[in-house]
Ligand binder design. Sequence first.
Ligand SMILES: [Zn+2]
Length: 291
Amino acid sequence: MRKDMLRKYLCYNEQVRVVIVDATNMISELRDLHNMSNVATAAVGRTLIVSTMMASMLKNSSDRITVQIKGNGPIGNIVVCGDKSLKMKAYASNPQVDVPKKENGKLNVSKVVGQGYLNVVKDIGLKDPYIGVCELVSSEIAEDFAYYFATSEQIPSAVFLGVNFSKENNVQKASGYIIEPLPEASDEIISTLEKINSNIDSVTNLMIDLENIDDVVKTITGDNNVVCVQEEYPILKCDCNKERIYKTIIALGRKEVDRILDDNNDKMEICCHFCNKKYNLYRDEIKKLFN
Ligand SMILES: [Zn+2]
């Protein structure tokens, strides 16, 4: 299978920036890992696709991003984390949730997400992380992030995200792009971009039809001289380890931990939400943590 790929482009003589990603393998793996329904795969997948593009915009190799969608719908919380090297991880509280499709046959992502807000935390090596919060405007994810970029980061952008399924119910294509007109972009270019993108129905269909990513970027921008300036390979990879698990245990507090140990024969099993790896810890080990 072809590797997942993220590319950055400059278009219209550096007046427009485009980030585009094919995340089909990542979303397919994620779905298998958490045994996700199609609609949950679409909701978490779209969030993972946009978060991967946001991670690629981080500046330093140690920078990290966490994106949370906190809606009141049945999927519960969606959490995605990643770093500058595009090692990504994701989960949802209720990955098997299912709801009927919309009347137009599309997966009802807004229904499983519900109303609420999205939360972005960027750990960029400063004492306090950058935190951006905004309300969900459609709960279909792409529009919500376009709104977030415009209001929290003051970067007006068009955001397109999609996860397609084959007849056999496999993830056929998962992809997305962000178009950002830079401050020097002319009104004419902006209106061309708006015109083209208001007619794009599905980014995944476009990626399937136009195998070549350069051609996709030409189509979505209307510029035939697009320049690819960067290519990276995102992967789904959890970075959990015992140290992180220890921190979680400490955060639970001594009292709660003692109660769990008493109920479970001096043993505690902690499962990583992101990769389902199980960690077994015993009373003696935990005792040391609190000393
Ligand atoms: Zn893990």
